[in-house]
Write a protein that binds this ligand. Structure first.
Ligand code: IVH
Length: 674
């Protein structure tokens, strides 16, 4: 292989290491050191290089986190060490009983406990061979699980390569969905009329058991690793206690939960459980209890296992939190895509860390199934510790005065007809200019994953629309400080900041704009894929179904929805207005270092067979270096690159007295981009 190739390989290697290091900072340590845009740039550079050099793609490349086609089904995996479950305790007395058994079995030896959070997700096993992530599996029945490697690779807190050399290591952990992502996922599903997940655990499980890893990738899952299954290390010593083991796993780059405590006796362990029982609402993920483990690994082996669970560990489970209250009313609201969502207005009641006065009822089918009526006494809980929901109606408490609710036939915001599409649980407003839909659409446009306009939250959007200052999102770009100053709660500083933030959003990368437009089914991930494929919004708006459907990760639902969006004259007019205001409509230009490259503005002609580079590789390199490749030699040609058997182009170049380079000279010229 030639020197050029070696350079490319080194660049690819460096980019991979850099990207994985940033994944680690961001997803494991929760402390990013570069901006999202800088990260995207590194990823785009790597993708480009791998596209040009497909033979250099390796399974541990960060680009392979979402790769390949959906599978037909999952294959099974035999766990080398059984994945057991835990025995449960629900009271202090049961924990004290567990402690007595431990003490008895250890025959008077001193021992300590480690207490950890019990993450409410899905148990998985991760196998690393020569430090590379080679296989991931579900627990299954404990001895046989399902191979979900491709899906686990999409989780960026799972390192594809460990930070230290290990021959073979199998670790166990819990994949979970953060509360915020669960709320957002269900909000989107509700809007699309899709069935909802009952809690983050079901959402995580449903997302991991997808046959298409692209779906998993869009779900924002994460992991905490809590134990070692099998390990083979040459020249290293294995940890001798669980707490040391956790530190070791952390040192390998794996994500370990920081909330854990070494306790000298069961009393201390119980106190630690109490702390988290009262504080669990503060955590960004759901826990369903704590796990108490004997710390010494030698003592763990001495204690051993029962058929189902280790004798050295016990789960302390929280009782489910529920409350009773009365449904005072059922109201409806209109979402961004026109979905009408019913909500129960409740007598305020304290539940799991906050006062609850509303509960989502999701859709009319759920109201009917649970037979929820206005005036009913109900039991409520918080799905995923966050979303208040009605669990059941206390029908024995009915007085006969309760009122059956029915969904409105007309939109409460604009009066347009409300329809229910076949196969959907949701009813939608059909009004094209429905103010409630516009309002929600604008809130989405300004939101974090979209145009990310600081200071433009739901309350300000409502103020702006009520004052008649904005009718659609393009109007945002003509807002002035003077107009804002006339509104309540706006001062010089806040008005100036908002106008500046709106103006700054014009420079956002294309994928943010695509997501911000709120095309149904086109989430953040799809927006990135589309931006990368089309490079500008105009091309996307003119794309045909057949082209869309061939793009990896773009399915028929998204393709159809883009076509429908692009067909609507109002949407086209909106995009035109945004363009007139100077909103960026193209994918990021080539990195400055490259467009300012050594061949900036130069035209080259390639002729003959090159020894190292293929013709299209050479062409790509010219373009990366800022130059252009032309097929015919003229006075405007700056260089002719000639390989073996160059033919007539070479003769013409000599005749015109143009500089002719051989391959090595060419490679030397473009060295900065290799
Ligand atoms: S230790 C031998 N530690 O709880 C069993 N499990 O009910 C080792 N879980 O299947 C399990 N957080 O999915 C352990 N810090 C933690 C955990 C944890 C969540 C889950 C795990 C396990 C289930 C047992």
């Amino acid at each position: 292989m030639g020197g050029g190739h070696e350079k490319i390989r080194q660049t690819i290697d460096r980019l991979r290491r850099e990207i994985e290091q940033h994944n680690y900072y961001y997803y494991v340590l929760d402390a990013p050191t570069i901006t999202d845009a800088q990260y995207d740039r590194l990823m785009a550079d790597l993708q480009q290089l791998e596209k040009e050099n497909p033979l250099l793609i390796t399974p541990d490349s960060p680009t392979q986190r979402v790769g390949g086609k959906p599978r037909e089904g999952f294959t099974t995996v035999q766990h080398p060490v059984a994945m057991l479950s835990l025995a449960n305790a629900f009271s202090d007395a049961e924990l004290a009983e567990f402690d007595r058994r431990v003490r008895g079995s250890l025959g008077g030896e001193p021992y300590q406990y480690v207490v950890e959070l019990k993450i409410d997700g899905l148990a998985v096993s991760l196998t690393y061979q020569d430090s590379i992530f080679v296989r991931g599996a579900t627990r299954g029945d404990g001895s046989t699980g399902e191979d979900i490697t491709a899906n686990l690779k999409t989780i960026r807190s799972i390192p594809l390569r460990l930070h230290q050399p290990v021959d073979l290591l199998e670790v166990r952990g819990e994949v979970y969905m953060p509360k915020e992502s669960f709320v957002e996922l269900n909000r989107r599903r509700e809007e699309m009329g899709e069935p909802l997940f009952a809690n983050p655990r079901n959402a995580a499980a449903g997302s991991l058991r997808q046959l298409d890893p692209a779906v998993t990738a869009g779900r924002n899952l994460s992991i905490f690793v809590y134990g070692i299954g099998a390990a083979e290390l040459s020249g290293h010593q294995l940890p001798t206690s669980h707490s040391e083991g956790l530190k070791w796993l952390e040192g390998l780059g794996l994500r370990v939960n920081s909330h854990c405590q070494l306790c000298r006796d069961i009393g201390e362990a119980i106190s630690y459980c109490r702390i988290w029982q009262n504080k669990k609402a503060d955590l960004p993920y759901q826990i369903d209890g704590l796990v108490i483990k004997v710390n010494s690994l030698a003592q763990q082996s001495a204690l051993g296992f029962t058929m189902k669970s280790p004798r050295w560990a016990m789960a302390f489970k929280f009782p489910p939190e529920q409350a009773q209250t009365t449904v005072r009313d059922i109201i409806v609201s209109v979402g961004r895509t026109g979905v009408i969502t019913p909500t129960a207005v409740l007598d305020p009641v304290f539940l799991a860390g906050s006062t609850v006065s509303r509960a989502t009822l999701h859709n009319e089918d759920i109201i009917r199934e649970k037979d929820i009526r206005i005036g009913d006494r109900v039991v409520i809980h918080k799905a995923g510790d966050v979303i208040p929901e009605v669990v059941e109606v206390l029908k024995d408490s009915r007085t006969g005065g309760e009122k059956v609710f029915s969904m409105p036939a007309a939109c409460p915001a604009c009066g347009a007809e409300v329809v229910r599409a076949t196969g959907e649980a949701a009813r939608r407003c059909t009004g094209a200019a429905c103010p409630a839909q516009l309002l929600e659409g604008m809130i989405h446009f300004a939101s974090r994953g979209a145009m990310d306009i600081a200071g433009l939250g739901p309350a300000v959007v409502a103020q702006l629309t009520e004052a008649g200052l904005v009718r659609d999102v393009s109007d945002l770009y003509s807002l002035t400080e003077e107009q804002l100053l006339r509104l309540e709660r706006f001062g010089d500083k806040s008005a100036e900041n908002l106008v500046r933030a709106i103006a700054a959003s014009k420079e956002n990368p294309l994928h943010r704009l695509i997501f911000a437009l709120g095309i149904r089914h086109a989430g953040e991930r799809a927006a990135r894929v589309l931006a990368e494929h089309f490079g500008d919004l105009d091309r996307l708006m003119n794309a045909g179904y057949d082209e869309l459907i061939t793009i990896p990760e773009i399915g028929p639902k998204i393709a159809e929805s883009i076509i429908n969006f692009a067909r609507e004259p109002q949407n086209r007019a909106l995009i035109e207005r945004l363009a007139e205001y100077g909103v960026n409509m193209t994918a990021e230009a080539a990195p400055a270092s490259l467009s300012d490259g050594p061949l900036k503005g130069k035209t080259l002609v390639l002729t003959g067979t090159l020894a190292v580079l293929k013709r299209d590789e050479a062409k790509e390199l010219v373009e990366q270096a800022g130059g252009k490749v032309s097929s015919s030699v003229s006075k405007k040609t700056d260089y002719v690159v000639a390989g073996e058997n160059p033919g007539s182009k070479y003769e013409k170049a000599v005749k015109l007295n143009l500089p002719v380079l051989d391959e090595q000279e060419f490679l030397a010229l473009i060295k900065p981009v290799l």
